[in-house]
Design a protein around this ligand. Structure first.
Ligand code: PEP
Ligand code: MN
Length: 346
């Protein structure tokens, strides 16, 4: 359900509250035109009451049977914050899980260039235990003169790769006019770093019924990333994965500066899963494994990594792509770190 007001209150039901008591609160809220989001957590049932402050003030919420506490939601991100949903969100795509102990190993080419390149990579990453397949059809490039992706033809190739490997597809949506076509192929819709604050696009994917992977803008704050997710959640889509992919700093030895602190902060602030993209952060393949290890150690719920059968021939991001025939070794190393953290590759 799309949210129209701004969520203002959290109604925490006591541990011994009955289902009828929760229903009673919900029907009182509905009578006053207040929308509610119910989260049945491990510890307690929490109702987020979303509506006008004045309407909410008319309700004697604290007096309703079963209600333990009524609290204001203080953070600007209401739906994606921990307050409304203390339990972690798990994204399940055809049985491949990510979040709450399930680690996502998302891998594939930067860009779908041609059929064999994508299929070869898909086979290699699938054999190495990847959980989702990534691949760009429409590419956001800094220069309008560089390769922009092969677009709709790429979507067809990705469908074939899925058919052969069974891996769900993650691909970027850049233009709201492509939403239908991309949704036909994508199991997870990627919102690229440069579009993180494209609010029209965010609202569009908020109305889609597929998970959305939002990459942090190179100059965006953690709070701005959370607000981008809030745009999606506000439209009713709560299946969101956040991705730290490095930010712009004065440092030039890596392509971006991987802000691992943001992962630790995000894990505290939001119930949404958080992943790391060590490939774009590093910009060079020799650093992808150390950064991937660090991502696992800081508590990321997954990584998204680029691989190509012949990186030296890649039309985009060659220097950071892991040769497909070395991907198995890379993945084995990641798997052992994931196990060390007590998690499992989804
Ligand atoms: C990508 O993952 O394909 C990509 C373009 O990354 P970013 O949006 O983070 O630059
Ligand atoms: Mn890339």
């Amino acid at each position: 359900m799309a949210v129209t007001g701004s969520p203002e209150l959290l109604i925490v039901m006591g541990q011994s509250a009955t289902a009828d008591q929760t229903e009673h609160v919900l029907s009182r809220l509905a009578e006053h035109g207040v929308e509610a989001r119910v989260q049945r957590g491990r510890e307690a049932t929490v109702i987020g009451a979303i509506g006008d402050r004045e309407q909410l003030a008319l309700l004697p919420l604290e007096g309703y049977p079963g209600v333990e506490q009524v609290l204001p939601i203080l953070k600007p991100y209401k739906l994606v914050g921990r307050e409304i949903a203390p339990d972690p969100t798990v994204i399940d795509v055809e049985g491949r899980r990510l979040g709450d102990g399930w680690f996502g190993l998302i891998a594939g080419p930067c860009t779908v260039e041609y059929r064999e390149q994508t299929l070869e990579t898909a086979r290699a990453v699938a054999a190495a235990g990847a959980t989702w397949l990534r691949g760009g059809a429409f590419k956001p490039r800094t220069s309008p003169y560089t390769f922009q992706g092969i677009g709709f033809d790429a979507l067809e190739i990705l469908r074939e790769a899925k058919e052969e490997t069974g891996l769900p597809i993650v691909t970027e949506l850049m233009d709201p006019r492509h939403v239908e076509a991309v949704l036909e192929t994508a199991d997870v819709i990627q919102i690229g770093a440069r579009n993180m604050q494209n609010f029209v696009l965010l609202a569009e994917v908020g109305r889609a019924e597929k998970p959305v992977l939002i990459k942090r803008g190179p100059s965006a704050s953690v709070e701005e990333l959370l607000m981008a997710a809030e745009y999606v959640a506000k439209e009713g889509n709560h299946q969101i994965v956040l991705c730290e992919r490095g930010i712009t700093t004065f440092e030039r030895s890596t392509r971006y500066t991987l802000d691992l602190g943001s992962v630790a902060v995000l894990k505290k602030e939001t119930h949404l899963p958080v992943i790391v993209d060590p490939s774009h952060a590093a910009g060079r393949r020799d650093l992808v494994l150390p950064l991937a290890r660090a991502a696992v150690a800081v508590g990321a719920d997954g990584i998204i990594v680029e691989s190509h059968p012949r990186p030296e021939e890649a039309l985009c991001d060659g220097p950071q792509q892991i040769p497909s025939d070395e991907f198995g070794e890379f993945a084995a190393e990641v798997h052992s770190f994931v196990a060390l953290m007590g998690k499992e590759v989804g």
